[in-house]
Design a protein around this ligand. Structure first.
Ligand SMILES: Cc1cc2nc3c(=O)[nH]c(=O)nc-3n(C[C@H](O)[C@H](O)[C@H](O)COP(=O)(O)OP(=O)(O)OC[C@H]3O[C@@H](n4cnc5c(N)ncnc54)[C@H](O)[C@@H]3O)c2cc1C
Length: 218
């Protein structure tokens, strides 16, 4: 699975800070130093004034994610998505994501590979019989790989980071979101600084369902 940050608001931290400055200035400022922008963003975030974060956006290409994880990602309604269509794209030779727990277990891996192989053969046979791709795909396991284009603003991104960087989120979406975080760290370090599950900033809200391993601890 691979995440690429394909586009983003130029100077995202400055864009957010300049938007915030408009609220408090008689004459709107045209520029701000990065240092001041970052300090202002930290202050606004601490006070819960998150709406200005909506003025910076990011667009990611995600390749080779399973349909299991993509279904979890698209539950985030404030992001915009384009996803590879199984109605139009022939997925006869598509890859399948194998969870590490299965990959590490020799017998489980054999069971997994057999089912994937059988499903791929069934899909190809159905297509060969003239069944439309949109119907043949019903035999495919959920581990089948897909590609998505996702764009969202920094406020929604932080929300997704809060939920999906938590160890209670499943390993695959957590990996996707960790790669998104790495990419954002390179272009907007202050956004990355504010990103993380609740345990990065205070007590875990999960109660007895908590993992007992706060953010940053191996
Ligand atoms: C660990 C984990 C386990 C999960 N398990 C399950 C499960 O078993 N079953 C299941 O169905 N889902 C499950 N989910 C998905 C979860 O319930 C949410 O659908 C998903 O995380 C999207 O979150 P959201 O609605 O907060 O965010 P988004 O859709 O990203 O929305 C962001 C925020 O905008 C606001 N918002 C968006 N839309 C509305 C609206 N229509 N009305 C009011 N406010 C709105 C809310 O404040 C929301 O938090 C799980 C998620 C996680 C992280």
């Amino acid at each position: 699975m691979r995440v690429t940050l394909l586009a983003y608001t130029p100077e995202p931290e400055k864009a957010i800070a300049l938007a915030a400055r408009v609220c408090y200035s008689k004459t709107p400022p045209r520029d701000i130093s990065l240092e001041k922008a970052r300090a202002l963003i930290r202050e606004l975030f601490a006070r819960g004034h998150e709406s200005v974060l909506e003025h910076a956006s990011f667009a990611f290409l995600i390749e080779g994610m399973s349909r299991v994880a993509s279904h979890q990602l698209v539950r985030h309604r404030l992001a915009s998505y384009a996803q590879q269509s199984q109605r139009y794209v022939d997925v006869k030779h598509a890859g399948f994501v194998c969870p590490p727990s299965i990959a590490a277990h020799p017998r489980a891996k054999i069971v997994f590979d057999e089912v994937v192989d059988q499903a791929q053969k069934a899909y190809a046979e159905l297509c060969g019989l003239g069944i439309p791709k949109e119907d043949a795909r019903y035999v495919l396991p959920q581990g089948v790989e897909t590609n998505l284009f996702v764009s969202l603003n920094a406020r929604e991104l932080l929300h997704i980071f809060r939920l999906r960087l938590c160890r209670r989120a499943q390993w695959e979406i957590r990996e996707v979101v960790l790669q998104m975080l790495e990419a954002v760290t390179r272009v907007a370090p202050v956004i990355a600084e504010l990103a993380g599950p609740p345990c990065k900033f205070g007590p875990c809200p999960e109660g007895e369902k908590g993992c007992g391993k706060p953010w940053g601890k191996p």
